[in-house]
Design a protein around this ligand. Structure first.
Ligand code: ZN
Length: 494
């Protein structure tokens, strides 16, 4: 008879510097499904659950649905939200009956009020309810801040190998394969986690570029060695101010001593190259000037600090203000501002908009900017992601208003979304490839959609909760020196 596998998960990348808190409603607004709806929501998607579903068919596993709750990366998760999700998960587990194995999809950088290691606590609560020996396999995001507690509770863990993330389905499948391997055996892999005192900003964690690409290639080579089950590098999310912040190297395999050597080798390789993780930021005035004078567009101005995919509000105005100041032409910026959208809606299509936009969520991303222009677009925008990043995901931008202010097109959105893709612009009638300047509020994820036609990119030194310059932040919970927040850390530990 097919083995019964309980599949569940919570996913949140918590930016503890963000001004907002994340409540239960934020999970329901972004991704929430339980029971059979879970399969309906994720079938044929490039997600961990979609990948696990495909693998389950091949491996003849009977998946039993728990829930999956994901919220857009944002501020600290409210204690009551975490409690509710955990309790509901445990209820579904209790209702699931006899279970032979468990697959859990986590982020690895979730922080709850009073619970700095939320992922580990979630996992430990599930483990407690299982019969001894029940295999439990976890997937985690490349931005996880892995901790010893998290690794200890799982039998095996599989992390994304790509950033921009496009291997979620493959990793979900890999997790199911590893689980399958443990279902008829008491053998569990030896696991070694090496935590480095190193926290590079996401902007320099791209897996297609130096120095990470070569390190990942080395890791993939090691994964083919005999006795190694799986290796992952969690590059960390530096905007979670937690003691377990930092890069984690995780290697799993048959033999403890062998796994230890492989993990130490990889960890040392990364440590020796830490100086090469350079964000190369450009001052906003120079960035706009060079983008305007570039012979061919589009030039991508990357507003990393206002990365909506990392917990920033996506209403930062620093680059918009500079574009207006320098009378840029053929430039487009997306700004989340429900107030301004409402005002535009009242005026109607072709009306003349005049008002402050952006900079309203907090005082960390530039002040509201006065904007005058004609209303060229007005609609409720929903679309499905087509690129290989989170393919198939349904995006709802809410009401959207396009304002033409001289040569600058400002796309105002009601909902906060992650404006990574050209579909986002196309949905509002903007042809991305015809622009001279496109502002993206993203660290790396934009590359999956824009790099094929972009003629250049400039990472702009803007203020905000996802700034690549980590010395802008005041960390309170680190218990050791971490490079580059501090001058240097120590590795290996004495
Ligand atoms: Zn990530």
């Amino acid at each position: 008879m097919a083995k019964r596998i309980f599949i569940t998960g919570i996913w949140h990348e918590t930016n503890t510097f963000a001004a907002t808190q994340t409540g239960l409603e934020d999970f329901h607004a972004y991704q929430y499904a339980e029971g059979d709806d879970l399969f309906a929501a994720f079938a044929d998607t490039n997600t961990e659950i979609g990948g696990a579903m495909n693998a389950a068919i091949e491996l003849d596993l009977n998946l039993v649905p728990g829930l999956f709750a994901g919220a857009v990366p944002s501020g600290m998760i409210k204690a009551e939200a975490f409690k509710a999700l955990l309790e509901r998960t445990l209820e579904l587990l209790a209702d699931a009956g006899e279970i032979d194995g468990v697959l859990i999809h986590l982020h690895g950088a979730a922080v709850v009020e009073g619970v700095p290691e939320a992922d580990a606590v979630f996992l430990a609560n599930i483990r407690q309810k299982l019969n001894p020996g029940t295999p439990l396999v976890v997937t985690f995001d490349l931005h996880a801040n892995l901790s010893d507690d998290l690794v200890a509770v799982a039998d095996a863990l599989v992390g994304y190998d790509t950033y921009p993330h496009n291997d979620m389905g493959a990793r979900g499948g890999e997790a199911a394969q590893i689980l399958h391997r443990m279902l008829w055996s008491t053998k569990r892999p030896a696991k070694i986690l090496r935590k480095l005192p190193f926290a590079p900003p996401p902007q320099v964690q791209g897996t297609d570029a130096a120095p990470v690409a070569e390190i990942m290639a080395k890791m993939h080579d090691m994964e083919t060695w005999g006795g190694i089950w799986s290796a992952s590098i969690a590059w960390g999310f530096p905007y979670s101010d937690v003691a377990h912040l930092g890069v984690g190297v995780l290697v799993q395999g048959d033999d403890h001593a062998h796994v230890t050597r492989v993990a130490d080798d990889l960890a040392l390789t990364i440590w020796h190259q830490r100086g090469e993780f350079d964000a190369g930021l450009v001052d906003v005035e120079d960035a706009v000037r060079s983008a305007m004078s570039a012979p061919k567009g589009p030039i991508i101005l990357v507003d990393v600090a206002d990365n909506a995919g990392g917990g920033a509000p996506a209403d930062g105005t620093t680059i918009l203000a500079e574009l207006l100041d320098q009378d840029a032409t053929n430039a487009v910026v997306v700004i989340q501002d429900p107030d301004a959208v409402r005002n535009a809606k009242a005026l109607g299509l072709d009306g003349m908009f005049s008002g402050n936009v952006g900079g309203k969520s907090d005082d960390l991303h530039g002040p509201p900017v006065p904007l005058v222009g004609s209303i060229i677009f007005q609609e409720h925008v929903r679309y499905q992601r087509r690129g290989d990043y989170m393919t198939g995901q349904q995006i709802d931008l809410g009401e959207v208003a396009g304002i033409q202010a001289g040569g600058v097109t400002v796309m105002l959105t009601e909902a906060q979304a992650m404006p990574f893709d050209a579909d986002h612009l196309a949905a509002a009638g903007i042809a991305a490839e015809l622009q001279q300047i496109i502002v993206v509020k993203s660290a790396i994820a934009w590359q999956a959609h824009f790099q094929e036609f972009a003629k250049g990119e400039i990472y702009v030194d803007t203020p905000g909760v996802c700034a690549s310059n980590l010395t802008r932040f005041e960390y309170k919970n680190l218990d050791r020196a971490i490079y580059p927040i501090d001058e240097d850390g120590v590795w290996p530990p004495k």
